[in-house]
Design a binder for this molecule. Structure first.
Ligand code: 5RP
Length: 262
């Protein structure tokens, strides 16, 4: 990666930087997956190495686990942690109720399990992730490989009775092979364009045999931290209905990814 940060990189970095202030020594922290969450893991790694922060991190994917280990964070499994103080993760979309669509990176199953086991969930994002109505981003649904065409047909049939704008269902690919999740499953992406009732959709999709979990996060996220390319960060906490704005000066040597570039 070049040491020059794009405005989107800056937005992700400052959101992650602000979120890292919620992390205190002694905490067990769920570590999300994706490019924004990677900035967070880098920030926390720096705090561990340079400020003596003592945390245990529970990664939501193998990829995040490797990065966390590399930057010096003590990594434990969710089974060892049992209960977490906080999870910080990215998102593909969020609305005004802080309902999320996640799973663009294929990790929403572990992400949902980890976030649900946490006292609080903070989402970090750039401003492009905010939507009025969820659904422009295809909804990821993790399914077991066994009987895939049957599960897909049942999902398609179910969608005919649901208030959405699109009903195309595609198997996520990795080159010429199906994309395989950390749990060994496949992902069907539901191109719904507009989801009128996320709660109803989530319930009916998860009732279909073969479906493991969908990417809608409902009543899970407490705080959204949004970064902007000019260094501004807005924080909204729906548990106490507060909002705040801070500004970071982002210097080029803040590119903490540059030091791990290949
Ligand atoms: C992975 C996720 C990610 O959090 C989501 O895709 C956002 O990723 P990014 O921060 O790279 O935009 O849900 O499963």
């Amino acid at each position: 990666m070049s040491s020059e940060l794009t405005p989107i990189d800056k937005a992700k970095f400052v959101a992650a930087k602000q979120a890292s202030e919620y992390v205190l020594s002694g905490m067990k922290v769920g570590l999300g997956t994706g490019s924004t969450a990677e900035w967070l893991v880098q920030c926390l790694g720096e705090m561990v190495r340079e400020e003596g922060l003592k945390i245990k991190g529970v990664p939501t994917s193998k990829r995040t686990g490797l990065l966390a280990h590399k930057v010096g964070i003590e990594v434990i499994s969710l089974s060892e942690a049992k209960w977490l103080d906080l999870t910080i993760d990215g998102t593909d979309e969020y609305d005004s109720d802080l309902t999320l669509i996640k799973g663009g990176g294929g990790a929403h199953l572990r992400e949902k399990v980890v976030a649900t086991a946490s006292e609080r969930m903070i989402v970090i994002a750039d401003a492009t992730k905010k939507v009025d109505t969820l659904g422009a981003f295809p909804l990821p649904v993790e399914v077991v490989p066994f009987g895939l065409p049957v599960t897909q047909a049942l999902i398609e049939e179910t969608l005919t009775g649901i208030d959405v704008l699109g009903r195309e269902v595609t198997l996520r690919m990795n080159g010429t092979d199906p994309f395989v999740t950390d749990e060994g499953n496949f992902i069907l992406d539901l191109h719904l364009k507009r989801i009128a009732n996320p709660r109803q959709l989530s319930l009916v999709i998860n009732q279909i045999p073969g479906v493991v979990e969908n990417g809608l996060f409902i009543d899970i996220c407490d705080v959204v931290i949004v970064g902007h390319g000019d260094g501004r960060v807005t924080t909204r906490d729906i548990t106490n209905d507060t909002a705040s704005v801070v500004r970071f000066d982002v210097l080029d040597d803040d590119n903490i990814f540059a030091e791990i570039a290949d």
